[in-house]
Design a protein around this ligand. Sequence first.
Ligand SMILES: [Zn+2]
Length: 377
Amino acid sequence: MKTTFHLPPLIDAEASLRDRLEEAARVRGKSATSLLDDLDAFVERSMRNLALVDRKPPLDGYARAFEATLAQSVNASGKSARVLLRSFFFPYWQIFHLRLYPRYAPMTLPEKCRTAYLPESDVGALAAANKDDPLKHFRPDRRPPPAKFENRVWYDGTGSGLHFDEEPAGFFPVDYGTMMDAVARTACDVPDAVEMLEHLSPHWARANVLLIDREKRSARIDKCSFHRFAARVNTRPRAEHISGMVCFDPDYKAYQRSLREAYLESVEGAWDGYEGAAFDANDLKDRVLDEGLRKLEKYPTYDGLLNLLTSHGKPGHLCKHGDPVQPGEPVPREYTLARMFWLIDQKECHRWQWDTEKNLPTCQAPRETYPCEMFAT
Ligand SMILES: [Zn+2]
């Protein structure tokens, strides 16, 4: 089958680049001109790397489509490729590359989100999640969360990913949300859902997934790469969790690290730089969550889980207020913008959100309570 890529034109985002440049210059204490010089060097290096990519199908088609689109955009805008690519590549840690799912937006790899599950507690079975993102464009959601799920399997996901991935055989990307909804709707239970997702494994990535069913089975799926799949399926009740950007399975973790090494090498980055520090911070937070859940399993309570997810002890705090992982880290930084608790047996959902009007962090905002049925009856 011949793969044809139709890429959108590369737009001239010079104005928004200038906007972000000022903020970056302020945070880094460097002049905008010197940041632009660095960026140009980065663009040139990335373009050189692009030329060296081993172009096997379907990515050779994508590479050609990208180059054709760039040429068209240059003609249409009258701007040089460098000017167009400057805004495309900014900020520095966002990198366009060809060894990944062919989508056009540059990706960021900040540490994000976590979801936990306790099959037993003083309020019955309990799932909980911290949703982390930059604060800048956040507005609290005034709509109630879904009151009823018509599925036998419930899921929640966190971002996961790589800058460089290997290309799996038979690669055909599917939309993650559509796939997860379909799987949750049709699977009979957690093991069934895991089997479906493993079958689809070459076609999806960039999300770790936590699955729960009504019989208290659960599973965690590591999925930073299209190429690999790892799942821990708990057929008996046990605490489980996932964290953004972190693989739990030891072999998968080693694989993830090797691909991160390749990325850092290509951008002349280092483990003690901003990105390396962010990767290590992710792992630490996941350990804090894992160890906290193991302790909680002896006396599992709602308050215990809430305390764990709102912990501020550094390093390894799970409630985020935009603190940099390293001094001088560029914006945007991560905030815990929403926290969800699903009281599965009590059919209730609790939500806290960062109050942008009063500037109240999520951990100080009032609790919202809603009815919620997690499973089809
Ligand atoms: Zn907090």
